[in-house]
Design a protein around this ligand. Sequence first.
Ligand SMILES: Nc1ncnc2c1ncn2[C@@H]1O[C@H](COP(=O)(O)OP(=O)(O)O)[C@@H](O)[C@H]1O
Ligand SMILES: [Mg+2]
Length: 491
Amino acid sequence: MSDSSSYFDIQGKGIWEQCQNTLNEEDILYKGVLQFHNKSTQFCLTQYELFRFKKNGELKKIELLTTSISLLNDNTILLQKNHKQVFLKSTPQNIKFWFEQIKNKCIQNNFRLDYDIGELIGQGQFANVYKIKSKKNNQSYALKVFQKVALKNLNVDNVSVAKEIQIMRQLKHPGIIKIYEVYEDKEFICIVMELMQYSMKQQKKRHTEHQCAQIMLQLFMVLQYIHDRKIIHRDIKPDNILYKNQDTICICDFGLADYYNPMSVYQYQRCGTPGYVAPEVLRDQKYDFKVDVYSAGIILYTLLVGKQPFAAHSQNKVVQLNYHGKIDYAQVKASDLCLSFLKSVLSINPQARPSAYEVLHHEWFFKTLGESNYFQLLNNNGQQVQPIQPISKEIQNFQAIQSMMDEEQDESSNSKIQIEIPQPTTQHRTNNNASYQSSIPQQQQPQQQLQIAIDNIQEAINKIKINQQVRELNYLTQTLHMQHKEMSGID
Ligand SMILES: Nc1ncnc2c1ncn2[C@@H]1O[C@H](COP(=O)(O)OP(=O)(O)O)[C@@H](O)[C@H]1O
Ligand SMILES: [Mg+2]
């Protein structure tokens, strides 16, 4: 970045932060001496930060996640953040070593020197994904490219993008897309990732129970892994499940992922993809890890039946069906065990829904896959799992993200990244099932509006349960209130 400005800049903040705590010896990845302001200075590198020891014994640190790094010349590293620059100098050999250690924890800026861009292989709501080739090792990778202007227009702030990168860097599991490097230039933010073959969205066919069990076992193992680390994915759907080969899946797109909050307060509270999201999210109830279990249940239904349970002609209707969570199990041609498994993961009440850990112990898996195969799949997966970061570091980093949010987030930034609960007079865009939807109000006949409201009431009365009663009724009261206003011509 020649002009030294970054999407991640925070106004009024510098590059160095005061460090209150002492540094844990076991967190240190590397320590050594570099020239800083022409003085030999001791530095320490940890997973997420670079520490500098001052002469008076004080400790200063740079949080690396949103810091840009470049090799200025053979003996100088330049770190930049919030329009501040830090020059670190040493011998070419030492500088090269430090650069290699730090660069994957930072943001680089010379993408075109390192990679050749190939064809477009995927498109999401926020980014395009291209096949790329490394000029260094000739290997192919996938590149997720965010256009900064588009992000701003979609109201996606720097905190969300930083969180996506952070979570991807933190998670190391064979069922999760590996992240290698991050780049930024004037126009784009780019994430270099492991290349996958195709997404589940491209597979429309019905699957056998055995195939389903193989896929779902992998999916729930990944969910258990991320939930153990207090992370909720919040956008499990076929577009975000990729195939490494015919039998092996990986999940991608942590753009909506967030750290679990016991008070159920999240950035983008009502988010996810209509048709896949858990009803408690749409109902504005407290939610947690179980939302991912529900979405995985929708995946299983879709694999078994060949179509989604809440498929409808309009996005509006999809959200309504999804809100009520009423599923037609008659479409599912599967064993009783499979059906009971499916019904439990699709329980409307999250308390009745099993956790990913509990799901993995369901009889359906070892009956369908065979016990030895089941245990082999579980163990193979376990053996490939790389060592994980200690929880303390994850929390540290969560705090870094949190402080970034405190600095940056304005009140309006959440509002657009919400699924709108459709009122009967409102039609949603029908041309995609994108994660973040806004609604476009359209006029309907008053009688039609009233009929829809009556249908809604009938539907709700049929299925109201004690613990959902108040919310359901609130929703319907609002609906009727709107009908009334519109019929009386009040704008
Ligand atoms: N590592 C990858 N290898 C191959 N294809 C990918 C990879 N990552 C993403 N894709 C494809 O690109 C699409 C968009 O990527 P995604 O990360 O989901 O972006 P968004 O956040 O915009 O939804 C995915 O649905 C998938 O089809
Ligand atoms: Mg996606």
